[in-house]
Design a protein around this ligand. Structure first.
Ligand SMILES: Cc1cc2nc3c(=O)[nH]c(=O)nc-3n(C[C@H](O)[C@H](O)[C@H](O)COP(=O)(O)OP(=O)(O)OC[C@H]3O[C@@H](n4cnc5c(N)ncnc54)[C@H](O)[C@@H]3O)c2cc1C
Length: 329
């Protein structure tokens, strides 16, 4: 079985890895370097409770992905030997008591661990992962399973019948790719870039325990002490310029949440383009061998293990591959 994947971010590379584990011959092509899109820019909060204050597809997917994360990380570590900074540190979410209660009620009913605190809500199971580590490990896992990684090669068009299956995983750029099936255009659901700024500080490891969050302001500290604060949502097309004023504003908000930050200058400021869609597109385009895996917006790092499960469906949909190498993921 030959599968072609456009886009080597977390989503494309995780799908490639899972397919290769099942014995598929996979090619992943990226317009830039492996992982150079939103995936390497993301903060890496794994925090469905803080993200979603009402019932939604996002919340349900996020909860499921959260359950998959520890074993996903463990399997990647074991297969590659690459350390992955992943920790269940919990998250303290500041909110007024009324909002907090309403939020906790629906989240608790859906099975999310959440505690009411004087400051708002505490999510003991929330975690962070360093997306750079995940990308390094996924690259190694793909390479060692002979996935062909083609970098600096934009895919402008795909005729899906040139492959047993074609997967579109090009993040915010996905709907720009002209996809045909037996010569007929395949309608690609729209996705658009929403820019986000982040700033990072070199701090002593262990200074911040649980992640902190108020609205869209959040702070997390990686195990090596590097502390990330975010963020913004900007409808600015594909512009990725860093704006100094925006970084100052994030710094101010972050220092409100965690006062020690007021006295430190950021060591790094950067941006990324979240692939926005009202709901993530993780499915087959009916009547074709085209699979969509994009539009993960603010939660693509969280949803990576769950999205990679699409590999079972891809294998199952191809008669001579169905039934081979079943997996539990
Ligand atoms: C500031 C910021 C903070 C974030 N924080 C979090 C967080 O805390 N938690 C979380 O879960 N998520 C977070 N996210 C969201 C997360 O990073 C994204 O949802 C996720 O990385 C999307 O992964 P992807 O593989 O779909 O896209 P990308 O990583 O963007 O990968 C798409 C790839 O496709 C390539 N490409 C583009 N055009 C073409 C083409 N024509 N042909 C071939 N390849 C192409 C690109 O070069 C890119 O490498 C954050 C994002 C940003 C920007």
């Amino acid at each position: 079985m030959r599968v072609f994947i456009a886009g080597a971010g977390l989503i494309g590379s995780a799908i490639a890895w899972r397919l290769a584990q099942r014995g598929a011959r996979v090619t992943v092509a990226d317009a830039g370097r492996f992982g150079s899109g939103a995936s390497s820019a993301g903060a890496g909060m794994l925090s469905p409770g803080g993200e979603f204050d009402k019932p939604s597809v996002w919340f349900d997917l996020g909860l499921e992905a959260m359950r998959m994360y520890p074993s996903f990380v463990e399997e990647l570590r074991a297969e590659t030997g690459i350390p992955i900074d992943f920790a269940r540190c919990g998250c303290l979410h500041f909110a007024d008591p009324e909002q907090a209660r309403a939020r906790a009620e629906f989240q608790c009913a859906r099975g999310l661990g959440v505690e009411l605190r004087p400051e708002g809500l505490f999510y003991p199971e929330d975690a962070f992962v360093d997306p750079a580590d995940l990308l390094r490990a996924l690259r190694r896992a793909c390479e060692s399973r002979n996935v062909a990684l083609v970098e600096n090669q934009p895919v402008n068009r795909i005729e899906s019948t040139d492959h047993d299956a074609a997967v579109i995983a090009a993040g915010a750029w996905s709907s720009q790719i002209a996809v045909t099936h037996r010569g007929a255009p395949v309608a690609m659901p729209p996705v658009k870039p929403i820019k986000g700024h982040l700033i990072g500080f070199d701090l002593e490891p262990g200074l911040l325990g649980a992640m902190l969050r108020r609205g869209h302001t959040y702070i997390l500290q990686r195990s090596n002490g590097f502390t990330v604060a975010g963020s913004t949502e900007e409808d600015a097309g594909f512009n990725t310029e860093v704006n100094a004023e925006t970084c100052k504003e994030i710094h101010r908000r972050a220092a409100d949440l965690f006062p020690p930050l007021a006295a430190v200058e950021p060591a790094k400021c950067w941006t990324g383009l979240r692939p926005y869609a009202p709901e993530p597109h993780i499915r087959r385009v009916e009547g074709t061998n085209v699979w969509l895996a994009y539009g993960h917006f603010r939660n693509g790092i969280l949803l990576t293990p769950l999205t990679a499960r699409i590999s079972s469906e891809i294998c199952g949909a191809i008669p001579r591959f169905a039934g081979l190498k079943p997996r539990a993921d």
